[in-house]
Design a protein around this ligand. Structure first.
Ligand code: TTP
Ligand code: MG
Length: 387
């Protein structure tokens, strides 16, 4: 149990990490583009008539208990005058690029987590007299000037605390946990605030009488490990305010895909077949943008299809491109092989459909899996040598 004792290299306390997260991102974009929505409860997601779920809701709607991932019908029950808006992925992506450009003006160590949030390591930045809090403030202001949207920021010596801090004063918040406060701040944290602790684990913690991170430290490490396995190690570190993870630079994308859940189950292969061109069209658009952004990004090496059956079981099938054989390395490849790619997706869906005994399907998805390019591998090696 020796290795369960947290220890900290002093250099780790000197790091300046930011976590920036846009406020009710999709809903805020909708309000921005349609000012009539201001002050009204707004949700972005599927329709309450179908099986839709919410992507997010604005803060007005949250007052009624409306939340991300809630079924749209339940959201309507909670807030009968809720305004539903269909997501516009392209528009959110556009703003996401804008905010990422702003992040890169401050540091190259940017680790995006999703369209609307990222970690930034500004330890070596001399902007704003080297004050991480002032940098965070400036980034928030710039985001607002350039997009008209608000973001919340957390500043701390590590990723864990920065993420918690960005949520602390939402919306339009800025909260700093200094290195000297890290320990006490972590100790007082209720477990529901700890990223990575989901509903199920939380119930288990509560049933064992554990409410805050400081409660974790009161129990023998062996006991913790017997209940929570390897997660106990991580928790013990977090309870001391310690998180040694680095902010990753360029993140490697592992796959590119798109999927659709249908209002009614697709009953046969003809109805599946009808949907495939739409999915392929969307995949093409995403892949083109992917190639546009970075020519050295990992290239696709496999294609995959997936189907969720009426009973919510997910089935996938994938195939290496070299077996087909297809090469998808740039926009021209996409254009020249459009028909072949579509045909291969159709054939793979056919195989998958037979494998699932031709039962009704509620979701279809398809996409590409990437293999790291040699250039990325070399870069990683370079980084390791520098350490
Ligand atoms: P979040 O940052 O988790 O949420 P948010 O920006 O809407 O609200 P908050 O102010 O609390 O940060 O997610 C960013 C976007 O990602 C969100 O606007 C919509 C999308 N999303 C989904 O599509 N499904 C989900 O379950 C969640 C959580 C988010
Ligand atoms: Mg957000």
């Amino acid at each position: 149990m020796e290795d369960l004792k947290p220890s900290l290299h002093p250099a780790l306390l000197k790091r300046k990490i930011l976590h920036i997260d846009m406020d009710c991102f999709f809903a805020a974009v909708e309000e921005l583009d349609n000012p009539d929505l201001k002050g009204k409860p707004v949700a972005v997601g599927g329709s309450p008539q179908g099986r839709g779920v919410l992507c997010t809701a604005n803060y007005e709607a949250r007052k009624y208990g409306v939340r991300s991932a809630m079924s749209s019908s339940e959201a309507l029950r909670r807030c009968p005058h809720l305004i539903f808006i269909k997501p516009r992925g392209k528009r959110y992506q556009e703003i996401s690029y804008q905010i990422k450009d702003i992040f890169h003006q401050y540091t190259s160590l940017v680790e995006p987590l999703s369209l609307d949030e990222a970690f930034l390591d500004v330890t070596s930045s001399d902007r704003c007299f080297g004050s991480a809090t002032l940098i965070a403030k400036e980034i928030k202001d710039k985001i607002f000037q350039e997009t008209g949207l608000t973001a919340s920021a957390g500043v701390a010596p590590n990723k864990f605390l920065a993420k918690v801090a960005s949520d602390w004063k939402k919306p339009d918040g800025l909260f700093t946990v200094g290195p000297e406060e890290a320990f006490l701040f972590a100790q007082h944290l209720p477990l529901e605030k700890v990223p990575g602790i989901g509903k199920v684990s939380l119930e288990k913690f509560h049933s064992l009488g554990l409410k805050t991170l400081s409660d974790i430290g009161k129990y023998p490490a062996q006991w913790l490990e017997s209940h929570f396995g390897k997660f106990a190690h991580k928790l013990l570190f977090l309870s001391q305010g310690i998180d040694e993870r680095n902010v990753g630079g360029k993140s490697l994308r592992k796959s590119l895909g798109c999927e659709e859940t249908y209002h009614q189950d697709l009953p046969d292969f003809d109805s599946i077949s009808e949907r495939i061109p739409f999915l392929v069209e969307e995949l093409f658009e995403r892949t083109e943008r992917y190639f546009d952004r970075d020519q050295d990004a990992p290239k696709p090496s496999k294609i995959f299809v997936k189907a969720k059956t009426f009973d919510f079981h997910l089935h996938t099938h994938e195939c290496p491109l070299r077996v087909i054989p297809l090469k998808i390395e740039n926009k021209l490849d996409l254009k020249n092989q459009k028909d072949e790619i579509l045909q291969n997706f159709e054939e793979m869906f056919h195989l998958l459909y037979n494998r699932i005994d031709k039962v009704p399907v509620r979701l279809l998805g398809l996409g590409l899996r990437m293999s790291p390019s040699p250039k990325f591998e070399l870069e990683k090696l370079g980084q390791l040598r520098l350490l």
